[in-house]
Design a protein around this ligand. Structure first.
Ligand SMILES: *Cc1c(COP(=O)(O)O)cnc(C)c1O
Length: 426
């Protein structure tokens, strides 16, 4: 028995499902998850000493790859000066300044400890600011695990959200209105039916949690117009896309300005940190400046801010995103070629360094079309890739991430693995 399997067996007795976040389990692809002992660059080493090329990259934060020496040094230095003070520190000002300069729609920003906290706080703020209760979210959009936003599956009806998990009361999600992603008409209908009730529309400007799905032409612009017309706030959840698809976020890539933005993943550089921010008049409603309460004992943590700042500084140089785009383009084109040569029907959605290979015929434009993918074929492909030493997200509905540390060497190795793996998934 491998050391990973031994650890997993023990973990299952102690931790629900053996993991501290469900996506880490390999339920969708089969088998026990490996346990990680260390990682460097794009190579991850499991508890049994086997190496993998990593395209999970901790689900997004590691745009520089694992254990970048500059980042590690910043963390070590910060840790030696004290782990937490519960009082303001200079780096909180520095990172706030950095975020406000990088993302033009951010006039003020508040640091939190996760993406979940960022979206939960932004929604509370939108409700507090507008005095309205309803929120609009996209089917298959993920914004963290808090109650109001876990509504998603089971209902195509915009007016009737069904909680998709036990433990979330219907009363909590009754004000969560679900619409398909990329369907601006559906949002228009929601507004028309409840013109004065919608506090905000929240979405991932590039969907990443149903697999990667880019916004169709004009979609984000239309949402902006609708929110303006009906006095609702537009919230871009850029926890995944922020500093991923563009230095200034998807909002810069598509040229649409939200009222509020949520950030996470890359902003913490691998430490637990999130942020939300936007219009100064809206953000000023947050306590202690305003009446909307939101707090955190460890928020703006000195080690997390050091990690985030060191990471973000390295994304600044000209050409960083062009370099990521080029690596990712080579990967995408290679995958298409290998799939075609194997006769495997797939479609690939990619925006910059996030991409998903969908195992189906048609184009994927929303959650429903993503669900038409063949999960069995995906699982066969995934297992074959793992065997060849390539670690992909263990689900059809996730984004793969290319980091700055992936070189041509690993990308070519990945494509050679895919050559065989696609043949296992025809
Ligand atoms: C990951 C993610 C979240 C949740 O962030 P956590 O740090 O896991 O709480 C929220 N929104 C989006 C778009 C995400 O990708």
């Amino acid at each position: 028995m491998s050391k990973s399997s031994k650890l997993f067996a023990e973990a299952c007795n102690l931790i629900p499902g053996g993991v501290n976040s469900p996506v880490r389990a390999w339920n969708a692809v089969g088998g026990d998850p490996f346990f990680v002992s260390r990682a460097k660059g794009c190579i991850l080493t499991d508890a049994d000493g086997k190496n993998y090329i990593d395209y999970v990259c901790s689900w997004g934060p590691l745009i520089l790859g694992h254990a970048h020496p500059v980042v590690v040094k910043a963390v070590q230095e910060a840790a030696s000066e004290g782990l937490t003070f519960g009082a303001p520190t200079e780096r909180e000002v520095q990172i706030a300044r950095f975020l406000v300069d990088a993302v033009p729609s951010l006039e003020k920003v508040r640091l939190v400890n996760s993406g979940t906290e960022a979206t939960l706080s932004a929604i509370r703020l939108a409700r507090g600011f507008t005095g309205r209760e309803k929120i609009v979210k996209m089917i298959g959009g993920y914004h963290g695990h808090h109650d109001a936003l876990l509504a998603s599956a089971g209902s195509g009806v915009a007016t009737l959200a069904i909680p998709s998990t036990p433990g979330v009361p219907e009363s909590v999600v009754k004000d969560t209105l679900l619409v398909p992603y990329n369907d601006a008409e559906a949002v228009a209908r929601v507004f028309a039916a409840a013109p004065e009730d919608v506090a905000c529309v929240i979405l991932e400007p590039v969907a990443g949690n149903m697999g990667v799905v880019p916004p169709s032409n004009g979609y984000l612009e239309t949402l902006r117009e609708l929110c303006d017309r009906y006095g609702a706030l537009l919230i871009f959840d850029e926890v995944m896309t922020g500093f991923r698809v563009h230095f200034s976020g998807a909002q810069a890539l598509y040229g649409v300005t939200p009222d509020l933005t949520t950030l996470g993943k890359i902003v913490g550089g691998g430490m637990p940190m999130g942020a939300y921010g936007g219009r100064a008049d809206v953000m000023s409603k947050i306590a202690p400046e305003g009446p909307v309460y939101q707090a955190g004992t460890l928020s703006g943590n000195p080690v997390a801010t050091a990690c985030g700042l060191a990471t973000l500084e390295m994304l600044k140089p000209d050409g960083f995103y062009a370099m990521l785009e080029e690596k990712s383009r080579v990967l995408e084109e290679g995958l298409r070629k290998e799939a075609a040569s194997a006769g495997a029907a797939i479609s690939i959605n990619r925006v910059g360094s996030m991409l998903t290979v969908f195992f189906g015929e048609g184009e994927v434009t929303d959650f429903a079309s993503a669900c038409e993918s063949d999960s069995e074929r995906f699982a066969a492909f995934w297992r074959a890739m793992l065997k060849e030493g390539v670690y992909l997200p263990p689900s059809q509905f996730e984004a793969w991430f290319v980091s700055a540390s992936h070189t041509n060497f690993e990308i070519e190795k990945t494509l050679r693995a895919a050559h065989n793996a696609f043949r296992a998934a025809v």
